[in-house]
Design a protein around this ligand. Structure first.
Ligand code: FEO
Length: 386
């Protein structure tokens, strides 16, 4: 799975209710950590606060009586940094390696930037030699925080990629949907906004002969790496990953839902390769967000509410715009019994998004579908399939 002198010492979390305070994780979560056992020993990142004891035991089991020399802190978010000081209590002679920003964050989170003890600032392309293994550090700002570094082990052809290439799900839970589904939901939820920054760090990796990727969440990747790198290329450039149409709707009494379902039927009848329907009030919204980045064609259907948009649609569009959603073909459907305003409201929320192609005219339902609005739906289905 990994080079013989690199060991996995991470933990699985099946207790967490919401990862990062907002994401449901039905398969749990893994907080990965690694140790490189060379003439010098380097530990890469710690784990969530609740698993300090288990993690330290995993480490001790690998050390076989030896002591670590370095702790490399790639990312300061507490799911990885929470046990730094517990670790330093156990191994006070360790040198901590991190970016300058990470040391500042250590002071903010834990009250010390370690300036009174041994530490090394990992500058861009600085090198740490462990004996056989030579490590090179790359800054990876905003993947996912500004202090992040990636660690390249030239000897083992292994990239330690911090949060990048991670996914939701504990490592002891079988994921029936494979890697991409929960990796995509994780990517767009967590770093979707920072596509250009992901591109910038991927450019730094272009010429490296990577054979293994060790992320801080999800499985170690060591086969068919082109598959994962290509998905990151598509995701970070806001490209179209899959052909099809996503219809995101809200509905109060079922009439807007009926329109969404009718449109889905019309699309299927026209041979649309995939139609995804999301009821935004009832689905997992991050799942709807990932669909809406995945496909190139998107329909938003909602009710006029307080002379604006139904709340779940407003929240959903906020999720899109704050993540730099762009480069899509968009169809809009509004419903309004006396003064339909939802299209105006949705367009106004989306006006800062780059390269959206709005299909005209938008569909207007006045309470319930009728011949006129059904004809508009048919025109929308034709336009989406053109
Ligand atoms: Fe897994 Fe950004 O922390």
């Amino acid at each position: 799975m990994m080079a013989k002198d690199i060991a996995y010492i991470g933990v699985n979390d099946h207790e967490i209710d919401l990862f990062e305070g907002q994401y449901v994780v039905p398969l749990g979560m893994a907080y990965n950590s690694y140790v490189i056992l060379d003439r010098k020993i380097a530990v890469i990142d710690t784990v969530d606060a609740r698993f300090g004891e288990e993690w330290l035991k995993n480490l001790t089991d690998q050390l076989a009586g030896r002591k670590p020399d370095y702790l490399i802190v790639q990312h300061m978010e507490p799911d990885h940094s929470a046990n730094i000081f517990r670790f330093l209590d156990a191994y006070p002679d360790v040198t901590v390696v991190a970016s300058a920003k990470a040391f500042q964050m250590m002071k903010n989170f834990y009250g010390s930037d370690l300036s009174d003890r041994s530490r090394v600032i990992a500058a861009e392309k600085s090198v740490l030699n462990l004996g056989t293994h030579t490590l090179t550090f790359f800054s990876a700002p905003m993947v996912h925080w500004p202090e992040v570094i990636f660690t390249w082990d030239e000897t083992a052809h292994t990239l330690f990629s911090a949060d990048a290439f991670g996914k939701f799900g504990a490592l002891d839970a079988e994921d029936p949907e494979g890697w991409a589904c929960e990796a995509r939901r994780y990517y767009f939820g967590i770093v979707g906004k920072y596509g250009p920054q992901v591109q910038a760090v991927m450019k730094k990796l272009t010429d490296l002969p990577i054979e293994t990727i060790c992320p801080l969440h999800g499985p170690v990747l060591n086969e068919d790496l082109g598959y994962y790198l290509n998905l990151y290329r598509i995701w970070s450039t806001y490209g179209v990953e899959s052909e099809g149409v996503v219809i995101n709707y809200t509905s109060v009494y079922g009439h807007t839902k009926a329109a969404a379902e009718k449109l889905a039927e019309l699309l299927k009848a026209r041979g649309c390769p995939k139609v995804v329907l999301n009821d935004l009030a009832r689905c997992d919204m991050p799942e709807a967000v990932e669909d809406t980045f995945r496909y190139g064609k998107v329909v938003l259907a909602t009710t006029t509410y307080n002379a604006d948009i139904f709340p779940f649609m407003r929240t959903f569009i906020d999720h899109l715009t704050e993540r730099n959603w762009q480069k899509k073909t968009v169809g809009l459907i509004e419903n309004g019994t006396w003064a339909p305003m939802a299209v105006k409201g949705m367009k106004s929320m989306l006006e800062g998004c780059k390269e959206l192609n709005f299909l005209e005219p938008a569909v207007r339902i006045t309470s319930a579908l009728n011949a006129e609005s059904e004809a508009q739906l048919t025109a929308l289905a034709d336009a989406l399939m053109a």
